[in-house]
Design a protein around this ligand. Structure first.
Ligand code: URA
Length: 251
């Protein structure tokens, strides 16, 4: 693939912009096999095998990814919308190329796998792979999502029993239930859900007579939010992490 096309596929702008980046001497390349060996490339039509290629654009390394699968530790006070109404969008926490990667759909760039409320913190996945987004967010696939819930009132056994047995929310007569519910301390629960309705945890807690004070998503499928990823920071998911997320989670 020509270097200008590799850059274009990664979201560095139009083909013309990408060719310009190369011609102006802003792009060096190395391979993941030999990361220390940087070669400046000023011919935008030079052919490269993209898999394993690491480009350095104005000195910043960018490993080629055919599809983007990233993890963000969502901070409080951010909205999972491209067009936020009140708080800054989580998309502003990502580098521009991730937001302008060309995709086959009308929407450019990576999209969040489901949404978290503005005040919810923790594990959020983003991708430009529509099938992955669908598989991870479909209630039929039963991907477990684990939430740490700080409740306003002490949680009692009858509330936990009702969360596990199922509660009816106002928009659907079918009860929704937690697949697991563990008490961490008097006011803190760890709740595992496999569906993802709007404000689901908050509405479930309200249905049993309690109230969510703070909500944090700590795990999806078999993968926990890494402790070394600070709030507001993102990183690429590794192949093994993608496998942990669920069966056939990525191509
Ligand atoms: N349930 C909620 O109520 N809010 C979230 O952000 C996620 C799950």
């Amino acid at each position: 693939m020509q270097l200008q096309d590799v850059l274009f596929s990664q979201g560095f702008g139009t083909r013309r912009v990408c060719a310009g980046l190369v011609q102006q001497g802003w792009v060096s390349v190395s391979s993941s096999v030999n990361p220390g060996e940087l070669t400046l490339c000023t011919d935008a039509t030079t052919e490269f095998e993209p898999e394993g290629l690491v480009m350095h654009i104005q000195g910043v390394p960018w490993p080629y990814h055919e599809k983007a699968y990233v993890l963000l530790n969502k901070p409080a006070g951010t909205e999972c919308s491209q067009k936020p109404s009140t708080y800054p969008s989580i998309y502003t926490l990502l580098p521009t190329p991730l937001r302008q990667r060309p995709t086959k759909s009308a929407i450019q760039g990576v999209q969040a796998v489901g949404r978290l409320d503005q005040d919810t913190t923790g594990m959020l996945l983003l991708s430009d792979d529509g099938q992955f987004i669908h598989r991870m967010s479909s209630p039929k696939k039963h991907v477990a999502k684990v939430y740490r819930v700080s409740a306003k009132h002490a949680v009692d056994q009858s509330q936990m029993d009702r969360l596990l047995a199922g509660v009816v929310l106002d928009d659907d007569p079918r009860p929704v239930r937690a697949v697991a519910c563990n008490l961490l301390d008097a006011n803190t629960l760890e709740l595992t859900l496999t569906d993802g309705k709007y404000h689901q945890v908050k509405r479930m807690l309200a249905a049993v007579g309690n109230r969510v004070e703070h909500l944090h998503r700590s795990r999806m499928g078999g993968m926990a939010l890494p402790e070394d990823l600070a709030p507001g920071r993102w990183r690429w998911l590794s192949r093994s992490e993608l496998e942990l997320l669920g069966p056939n989670s990525a191509k």
